[in-house]
Design a protein around this ligand. Structure first.
Ligand code: NDP
Ligand code: 2IT
Length: 448
C-alpha cells in the first residue's frame, strides 16, 4: 500500500471509530498528511501497524464528578483522562477545565501531546484530561470542592511514574494546589504526581512562565533562520491567560512591541504597546482579580473590540495563545496580506488546517503548537526530575535548560523538514521528528 493509501485508510477508520469527535479527526489528519513521505520511504511501519496502534488510546477513563455548590445544590460534571501512549515514558499532559470539554477535545490534546513530549527529548508519554466544569464565576470554595471530588476518582489512575497531570485552560496554580492536597490526603505520599505545584511544595521555578517563554524562544530560532530578530517588531498575541501573559513578558524583554490581547469576550488593541505599568496592570487584572480584558481598555482608554479576534491588526509576528481553531483561513489571509513573517502557536491547534496551509504556501515561518508550546511540558519534565531527586534548581538553571530544549526542538524539526525536502516546514518537521522516536520505541517493545 502506498503512503497515501495507508493514511487514507487510517483516517477513514479514525473518523468511523470516533464519531463526532471533530477536533480529534483534525489533529490526526494534520499528523497523517505530514507522515505520508515517511510511510512511502519506510514500508516497515505499515507492517508494524504503527498508525493503527498510535491512533487508539491505550486507555480512556471517564467518570462522574459530583460536588456541592455554595447554595447547597448538588452539581454533576464529567471527568476525563485519556492515557494515550506510554512508549517513551509515563503519561504526561495537562488537565483542562472548560465547559466545551468532551472526549473529542481530550483525545485531540492527548494525541498531540505524544509528539510534543517526544520532541522535548525527555522521557514522557502522552496523555490529557479534564472536565466540562467551568471555573469562571465560581467561588474559591466551589473550585476547591470540585477539585477534591475530581481527584477522589482520578487518584487511582495516576502516579509519579504512571501518569502525571498538570494545568491547561482553566487549571492553574490554585487548582493544582487543591488537587495535590486531596491526592496527599488520600495516598499519604508526597511525590511528583502533578506538575505546576507551588514553589514551596515541590514546584519548579519557571514552570509558570515556561510555555510563554518557550513559544518566544521558538520564534526567536525561526527568526534566526530568516536572519532577523525581535527588535522593533510588532506582535499580536491572543488570549490573556497563563501562556499569553508570559509570551508578552518575554517579547517585551527581547525588544518587540505587543499590541493585542484577548479573552472569550473580545480583544483589545493598544498601539502604544502592553509593557511597563500597562503590563503590570494586565497581570494584576488576570492573575489576582480574575477580571475581563475589557477592563484594560477602560483603564488605558484604548479600543475594546467585542467578540473580535486580534488577527486583522497589522503585525510582523503572531502568537495565538488562547484556544483551538482561533485562526481560520480568512484570519490567516489577513495576517499574510498585512505582512506577517512568523506565527508561533502558544495554544494547542489554534490554526485550522486550511489556515496552516495558507501560511506554509506564503512562506511564513509557522511554529506548530506541538513544537512551539512544548516549553510548558518540558519544564514539567524538569519539575519531575527535581522531585525525583529531592532537589530544587535555581531560576537561572531552569530557564537555561528550557531555552536549550527549545533550541533543540527547533533544530530537530528543522533537520527533519530538510531531510524530507521542505526546509522550514516545521509542521512536517515536528510531526516527523516527534513520530520517529515514539514509533521506534513501540517497535522495540513489541506488540502491545
Ligand atoms: P488559561 O485558562 O490561563 O487562559 C486561557 C485564555 O484563552 C483566556 O484568556 C481565555 O479567555 C481564552 N479562551 C479559552 N477558551 C476560549 C474560547 N473557547 N474562546 C475564546 N477564548 C478562549 O489557559 P492557558 O493560557 O494555560 O492555555 C492557553 C492555550 O495554551 C490552550 O490552548 C492550552 O492548551 C495551551 N497550552 C497551555 C500550556 C500551559 O502550560 N498552560 C502548555 C501548552 C499549551 P476566558 O478567560 O474569557 O475564557
Ligand atoms: O498542552 C500542554 O502541553 C500542557 N497543557 C502542559 C502539560 C504539562 O504536563 O505540563
Amino acid at each position: 500500500m502506498s503512503g497515501q493509501e495507508y493514511i487514507d485508510r487510517i483516517y477513514h477508520n479514525v473518523v468511523k471509530k470516533n464519531q463526532g469527535e471533530l477536533e480529534y479527526h483534525q489533529a490526526v489528519k494534520e499528523v497523517l498528511e505530514s507522515l505520508k513521505p515517511v510511510f512511502d520511504k519506510n514500508p516497515g511501519y505499515q507492517k508494524q501497524k504503527i498508525l493503527e496502534r498510535l491512533t487508539e488510546p491505550e486507555r480512556v477513563i471517564m467518570f462522574r464528578v459530583p460536588w456541592v455548590d455554595d447554595q447547597g445544590e448538588i452539581q454533576v460534571n464529567r471527568g476525563f483522562r485519556v492515557q494515550f501512549n506510554s512508549a517513551i515514558g509515563p503519561y504526561k499532559g495537562g488537565l483542562r477545565f472548560h465547559p466545551s470539554v468532551y472526549l473529542g477535545i481530550i483525545k485531540f490534546l492527548g494525541f498531540e501531546q505524544i509528539f510534543k513530549n517526544s520532541l522535548t527529548g525527555l522521557p514522557m508519554g502522552g496523555g490529557k484530561g479534564g472536565s466540562d466544569f467551568d471555573p469562571k464565576g465560581k467561588s474559591d470554595n466551589e473550585v476547591m470542592r470540585f477539585c477534591q471530588s475530581f481527584m477522589t476518582e482520578l487518584y487511582r489512575h495516576i502516579g509519579g511514574s504512571v501518569d502525571v497531570p498538570a494545568g491547561d485552560i482553566g487549571v492553574g496554580g490554585r487548582e493544582i494546589g487543591y488537587m495535590y492536597g486531596q491526592w496527599k490526603k488520600i495516598t499519604q505520599s508526597f511525590e511528583g504526581v502533578l506538575t505546576g505545584k507551588g514553589l514551596d511544595w515541590g514546584g519548579s521555578r519557571i514552570r509558570t512562565e515556561a510555555t510563554g517563554y518557550g513559544s518566544v524562544y521558538f520564534a526567536q530560532e525561526m527568526l534566526k533562520v530568516r536572519e532577523t530578530d525581535f527588535k522593533g517588531k510588532i506582535a499580536t498575541v491572543s488570549g490573556s491567560g497563563n501562556v499569553a501573559q508570559y509570551t508578552v513578558e518575554k517579547l517585551n524583554e527581547l525588544g518587540a512591541k505587543v499590541v493585542t490581547l484577548s479573552d472569550s469576550s473580545g480583544s483589545i488593541y493598544d498601539p502604544e504597546g502592553i509593557s511597563g505599568e500597562r503590563f503590570e496592570y494586565f497581570l494584576e487584572l488576570k492573575q489576582l482579580r480574575r477580571g475581563r480584558i475589557k477592563e484594560y481598555a477602560d483603564q488605558f482608554g484604548v479600543e475594546f473590540r467585542p467578540n473580535k479576534r486580534p488577527w486583522d491588526i497589522k503585525c510582523d509576528l503572531a502568537f495565538p495563545s488562547a484556544t483551538q481553531n482561533e485562526i481560520d483561513a480568512s484570519d490567516a489571509q489577513m495576517l499574510i496580506d498585512n505582512g506577517v513573517i512568523a506565527v508561533s502557536e502558544g495554544a494547542n491547534m489554534p490554526t485550522t488546517l486550511e489556515a496552516t496551509n495558507l501560511f506554509l504556501a506564503a512562506n511564513v515561518s509557522f511554529g506548530p503548537g506541538k513544537a512551539a508550546n512544548a516549553g510548558g511540558v518540558a519544564t514539567s519534565g524538569l519539575e519531575m526530575a527535581q522531585n525525583a531527586s529531592f532537589s530544587h534548581w535555581s531560576r537561572k538553571e531552569v530557564n537555561a535548560r528550557l531555552h536549550e530544549i527549545m533550541i533543540g526542538i527547533h533544530a530537530s524539526a528543522y533537520a527533519a523538514s530538510k531531510e524530507y525536502g521542505q526546509p522550514g516546514n516545521y509542521v512536517l518537521g515536528a510531526n516527523v521528528a516527534g513520530f520517529k522516536k515514539v514509533a521506534a520505541a513501540m517497535i522495540a517493545q513489541g506488540h502491545w
